[in-house]
Design a protein around this ligand. Structure first.
Ligand code: ADP
Ligand code: GN1
Ligand code: MG
Length: 372
């Protein structure tokens, strides 16, 4: 993964806020996440070089970062306990763990009021922005399914809702309509075709929200951001070793988790591909996801959930596209952008992928039925 430019923050100063028990050497921006500021930091510990991840939480995305970190702490502690109980020798590589601040909290606040956290770097594994093989799709899906199994046994009170209405697609479409009406950056006129595309699909945006409301779909503890680059695959075995980016782990639907895997793991090109002719939902990748996910999730999924797995890909792709378009209309305030019209490019790629899913929906449904 190429390291993006310069440090926006003084990471040596951030290092002092955490109980590192090692000497800070240097750090650089890391990864291709759209939300947080992520740094890979090198430390010297008794002559050994070790790496940590320091992350500044996005204030635009997360209004209550301390509650969020309480969730992360609870989920990661539970994961570690379960892994240790099962006798897993690699337990500490299979879950994120929070390095405490010097005050003993899972977060630290810097002089500018930013909220930071620190994780050990998961070594000998990496994330992928685009998929390279069916085996990867299967492993990613299996790992996210295992993660859902694990969070199902989380003791105690419900997790905080870190972003209210995160996957409320009905509300997401409303936010798009609000952004069109406000048109704060005078961009609506140039995206009329895109707006019409989303408005033509407005009814479908409500399907899962309504089923959750009526109780026909169960509310679970889900990851809610299961894009491919939020799971680390082992460099040697290819195994899905560690699910990361737990900021949105909270009550949700299995449909959202599976749908975002379809969105990010079935297309041969990245989410911001400009040549939409390259974007297609590849059935063999979908099949690998279904196999991988059902291998870990079949035992707890209801028939209704399974029946919506094919549709989930379309739903999450539409939802994400609507969010990119909303952000474009609002002047790119939420997702990090790296080029002109980046959010518009992303919107168009999601539209192309959703169309490809639409065209193959009955075949996808038949495939899911085969593995049921
Ligand atoms: P964002 O919310 O911005 O997507 P992530 O938590 O997903 O932030 O982190 C961004 C990227 O940093 C990930 O895609 C991954 O490549 C890398 N990363 C995050 N945490 C770790 C970790 N503990 N070990 C190794 N790499 C990590
Ligand atoms: C963001 O954080 P990251 O980059 O893994 C976003 C997801 C979107 C995704 C689109 C908290 O994911 O919801 O689907 O970008 N995360 C948040 O690529 O908004
Ligand atoms: Mg991420």
């Amino acid at each position: 993964m190429s390291a993006p430019a310069q440090n926006k923050h003084d990471i040596a100063a951030i290092a002092k806020l955490f109980d590192m028990r090692a000497d800070f050497v240097h750090a650089h921006p890391y990864g291709s996440g759209h939300i947080n500021d992520t740094y890979c930091a090198y430390y010297d510990q008794a002559g050994q070089r070790i790496r940590y991840i320091h992350q500044r939480l996005s204030t635009e995305a997360f209004k209550k970062p301390i509650e969020l970190m309480e969730n992360v702490q609870r989920v990661t502690e539970h994961a570690l306990n379960e892994l240790l109980k099962s006798g897993d020798k690699e337990a500490r590589r299979r879950t994120l763990t929070c390095i405490p601040s010097v005050e003993g909290t899972p977060h630290a606040i810097d002089a500018d009021g930013n909220c930071w956290r620190t994780y050990p770097f998961i070594e000998r594994a990496r994330t992928y922005d685009t998929i390279e093989s069916e085996a990867q799709a299967m492993e990613a899906a299996r790992a996210f399914g295992e993660f859902q199994k694990l969070t199902a046994t989380l003791p105690g009170k419900p997790l905080h809702e870190t972003i209210p209405g995160f996957h409320n697609t009905k509300q997401r479409f409303q936010h798009l309509e609000d952004a069109i009406a406000a048109d704060t950056h005078g961009r609506a006129a140039e995206v009329q075709k895109e707006i019409e595309w989303f408005m033509a699909r407005k009814d479908e945006a409500s399907i899962v929200v309504d089923l959750l409301e009526s109780g026909e779909l169960p509310l679970r503890v889900t990851h809610n951001d299961t894009k491919l680059n939020n799971v680390m695959l082992d460099d040697v075995t290819g195994e899905g070793v560690c699910v990361i980016d737990l900021d949105t782990t909270m009550p949700g639907s299995a449909i959202y988790d599976f749908g975002d895997m379809v969105r990010t793991a079935t297309s041969p090109v990245a989410e911001d591909e400009e040549d939409t002719s390259k974007i297609t939902m590849r059935m063999f990748m979908f099949e690998a996801l279904v196999k991988g996910y059902l291998s870990s999730a079949k035992e707890f999924l209801t028939d209704k959930e399974v029946s919506l797995l094919a549709f989930s890909g379309k739903l999450l792709t539409m939802e994400c596209g609507s969010r990119f378009l909303t952000d474009y209309l609002k002047g790119d305030v939420y997702f990090k952008v790296h080029k002109d019209r980046h959010n518009l490019i992303r919107t168009r790629s999601q539209m192309a992928l959703a169309e490809s899913i639409e065209a193959q929906m009955s075949e996808m449904e038949a495939l899911v039925a085969k593995y049921r």
